[in-house]
Design a protein around this ligand. Structure first.
Ligand code: CP
Ligand code: NVA
Length: 316
C-alpha cells in the first residue's frame, strides 16, 4: 500500500511497490504518446521546495502535475520564510494545510526527515545529500524499457558513492539487478544503504559486489552508470575529489571495452563532461541519458498517482 507514504530513500517501498510504480508510469507514458493525459490528480496540489538548483526535477514535477490535471507550486527556500529562520517543522505544518503532497530538495537528509515528521501529507525527497529516490525510479523504468527486464540485469556504478549511488544500490537490489560498485575507499556509499542491500539480496537473489578496479567492475555488464564527482554542496572539496577520481574512475572508451557490446550508459545529469564521462561516451549510441531524463516525468507521474490515490482509482 503506497498511498499516504513519504518517500525519502526508496527503502520505504518493497519490490512489488516499486514495480507497481513503474507499471503505472509506463502506462501513462504510452497514453501520452497518443496525446492522452488522464486527469487522475484533478484538484490535487504539489508544493515543491528547492534548497538547491534543479533543472530536471523542478520542471518534470511541474509538468507531471499539469499533465495529471493537478497543480504544482514550486519555490526556492530563500523565497520562503524558511530562508529567514522559520523552522522546518512550522513550515511543514503550514504547507501541509494547503496541499496534498510536498516534495523537497535539501542539503542535509535530516531536513527532509524533519519535514516529513511534521507534515500531515506525504513528503517526497527530491534529492538530499543521502538519497535521490525519484531519480532511481526513472532509472529502473529506463533499464526495463531498454533491456526488457530488471531481474538478472548487471549494472556497474563507477565513481562517487553518493546520494544517487546509495539509492541505486537500494533500488537495484530490491528488483533483482546485480550491482558492481567501483568507488574510491574515501568515497564509498553509506553503510545504511549497503546494509539494506545486503538484506534485500537475500530475497531478490541479486548480488552486490565491490571492486577496486573499475575495469573489473564493468566486465560483461549491461549498464554502466556514473554521476558527478562533485555533488551540490561539495564544491569546496572539488580539487581533492578530482585528484582522487581522475583518471581512474572516468567512464571513457577504454573503460567500457569489457562491457557487453550493447551496454547502455546512464547518468542522472547534469554531467560534467570530460570529468566523470567523456563526450565520446555520453554522446555515443550506447548512451540513454536523455531517455533517462525524460523518464523523470513519467516515473514521477506514477509515483504521485500511487501516493495520492487508491490503486482502484487509477484507471488509465
Ligand atoms: N537528475 C536531477 O535530479 O537533475 P536536476 O538537478 O536538474 O533536477
Ligand atoms: N549527485 C548529484 C546529483 C544531481 C542530480 C548532486 O547531488 O549534486
Amino acid at each position: 500500500m503506497i498511498k499516504g507514504k513519504s518517500i525519502l530513500s526508496l527503502m520505504e517501498l518493497d519490490r512489488n511497490e516499486i514495480l507497481k510504480i513503474l507499471d503505472v508510469s509506463a502506462k501513462l507514458k504510452e497514453k501520452r504518446k497518443d496525446g492522452i493525459y488522464p486527469k487522475l490528480l484533478k484538484d490535487k496540489t504539489l508544493v515543491s521546495i528547492f534548497m538547491k538548483p534543479s533543472t530536471r526535477t523542478r520542471i518534470s514535477f511541474n509538468e507531471a502535475m499539469h499533465e495529471l490535471g493537478g497543480h504544482c507550486i514550486d519555490v526556492t527556500s530563500t523565497e520562503l520564510q524558511l530562508g529567514r529562520g522559520e523552522t522546518i517543522e512550522d513550515t511543514a505544518k503550514v504547507i501541509s494545510r494547503y496541499c496534498d503532497v510536498i516534495a523537497a530538495r535539501v542539503f542535509s537528509h535530516e531536513d527532509v526527515v524533519r519535514l516529513s515528521r511534521a507534515s500531515s501529507v506525504p513528503v517526497i525527497n527530491s534529492l538530499s545529500d543521502m538519497y535521490h529516490p525519484c531519480q532511481i525510479l526513472a532509472d529502473l523504468l529506463t533499464i526495463r524499457e531498454k533491456k526488457g527486464k530488471l531481474n538478472g540485469i548487471k549494472l556497474a556504478y563507477i565513481g562517487d558513492g553518493n546520494n544517487v549511488c546509495n539509492t541505486l544500490i537500494i533500488g537495484c537490489t530490491q528488483v533483482g539487478i546485480d550491482i558492481n560498485l567501483a568507488c574510491p575507499k574515501e568515497y564509498m556509499p553509506s553503510n545504511v544503504a549497503i546494509n539494506f542491500a545486503l538484506k534485500a539480496v537475500e530475497s531478490s537473489g541479486s548480488h552486490i559486489t565491490f571492486y577496486d578496479d573499475p575495469q573489473e567492475a564493468v566486465k560483461d555488464v549491461d549498464v554502466i552508470y556514473t554521476d558527478t564527482f562533485v555533488s551540490m554542496g561539495q564544491e569546496s572539496d572539488k580539487e581533492k575529489r578530482l585528484r582522487i577520481f581522475l583518471p581512474k574512475y572516468q567512464v571513457n572508451s577504454k573503460l567500457v571495452e569489457k562491457a557487453k557490446s550493447d551496454f547502455i550508459f546512464m547518468h542522472c545529469l547534469p554531467a560534467h563532461r570530460n570529468q566523470e564521462v567523456t563526450d565520446e561516451i555520453i554522446d555515443s549510441t550506447n548512451s540513454v541519458v536523455f531517455d533517462q531524463a525524460e523518464n523523470r516525468l513519467h516515473a514521477q507521474k506514477g509515483l504521485l498517482c500511487l501516493l495520492l490515490l487508491e490503486e482502484s482509482e487509477i484507471k488509465i
